[in-house]
Write a protein that binds this ligand. Structure first.
Ligand SMILES: [Zn+2]
Length: 186
């Protein structure tokens, strides 16, 4: 095939470094393509364009910490799910699952969901972070008696234990303190 850049050389198969763009960013991908033996011009034929698209997407995903298409497919396979079943599992459309695996970029929120639903470690890490976000006790009411802060609290830490038991002792204790404090004030 004659090079359509210089019009003199021939385009021959070989390893090429091509620049692709995704979401306004450029990525260089190395793949089998066509190279001019005279001017060095590089391109791909139409049969190689889906591979090119996939590689550019993966470049973007790698840079932005998103799962690559092959990684999503591998996670789905590990769970023994078809694309249809996997899409139901995620609450997404099956067309989306197909597109992610072949190169379309999933958004950050969906990437997070895929990790949480396919990786036990990520799920466990998320649970730990969530528990760290939950306050151990809630202040139901607070008052100041004779310069002392009195808080009526409810301990909700046990709610996240495997056998949830709501302990009320802290509430009763605080209640006693309030009774005594009121007695003294009267
Ligand atoms: Zn050329």
């Amino acid at each position: 095939m004659t090079c359509f850049e210089c019009g003199q050389g021939s385009l021959v198969s070989g390893v090429t470094d091509l620049v692709g763009e995704r979401n306004g960013e450029s990525f260089v991908v190395r793949m089998e393509g066509l190279k001019c033996d005279r001017c060095g011009f590089q391109t791909i034929d139409s049969g190689q364009s889906s591979e090119f698209t996939r590689l550019v997407s993966d470049g973007y995903r790698e840079k932005h910490g998103l799962l690559k298409g092959s990684e999503i497919r591998a996670r789905r396979s590990r769970l023994g799910m078809t694309q249809q079943r996997f899409s139901e599992y995620l609450g997404a459309g099956v067309a989306s699952v197909k597109r992610w695996e072949s190169g379309q970029i999933q958004d950050k929120a969906m990437d997070e969901l895929i990790r949480l639903k396919t990786d036990p470690l990520a799920a466990r890490e998320n649970l730990r972070a969530l528990e760290g976000q939950v306050p151990q006790k809630y202040v139901l009411s607070a008052l100041v008696v004779e310069g002392k802060d009195i808080e009526l609290t409810l301990n909700i830490g046990p709610y996240f234990e495997s056998h949830p038991v709501m302990r009320m002792d802290s509430v009763f204790l605080a209640g006693d303190l309030i009774d005594n404090a009121c007695g003294m004030a009267a």
